[in-house]
Design a protein around this ligand. Structure first.
Ligand SMILES: [Zn+2]
Length: 184
């Protein structure tokens, strides 16, 4: 269903357990690289990586347009890759890093996978289900809760998105001008 990815990546410089705050940023940089890959494919730039014991076990980016599939969010691709890599649907030892606050569907998948921790970049005021619209990761009515760290490299994640939408608006405007005044 999703692209096969490289099995995993060893991050040898993360051997020190005392650099938690720093490593969150490091892994978020990998998620940002995934988001940039999405932008290069004209996809809304959202990227994610899954980390298990200091090792990246899955990554992905939004591919909704190229696959014409509403399920192809970065988190779903990343969970799919990690579950296959680890041979288990239960990802309780994993932390997922996402550049944008996850939506309802993706928080649903994060809960289904029993993921141990969520780290995200910028908020999604229109669709976020972690802080913005709902707070599903801490909802005691559900059978899994998980710690969340938000705002990690949020400005980088936000600029990728705003640059993308600015480019999209410019392109739309230009194509409308083209329709009105065909240059031949
Ligand atoms: Zn989503």
């Amino acid at each position: 269903m999703f692209l096969d990815r490289e099995p995993f990546m060893l991050l040898t410089d993360l051997s020190e357990p005392s650099i938690d705050g720093y490593s969150d940023e490091q892994f978020m940089r990998l998620a940002l690289a995934q988001a940039a890959a999405a932008a290069r494919q004209d996809e809304v730039p959202v990227g994610a990586v899954m980390v298990c014991n200091g090792r990246v076990v899955g990554s992905g980016f939004n591919q909704r347009e190229s696959r014409q599939n509403p399920l192809c969010h970065a988190e779903i691709a990343t969970i799919d890759a990690a579950a296959r890599q680890l041979g288990s649907w239960r990802l309780s030892d994993c932390t997922i890093y996402v550049t944008l606050e996850p939506c309802l569907m993706c928080v649903g998948a994060i809960l289904q996978a029993r993921i141990g921790k969520l780290v995200f970049g910028c908020l999604d005021a229109k669709a976020g289900a972690v802080e913005s619209l709902y707070r599903l990761c801490e909802d005691r009515r559900l059978n899994h809760q998980l710690p969340v760290v938000g705002g990690v490299l949020a400005s980088e994640a936000g600029s990728l998105l705003s640059e993308f939408f600015t480019r999209l608006r410019v392109r739309k405007r230009e194509s409308k001008i083209g329709e009105r005044w065909p240059s031949g």
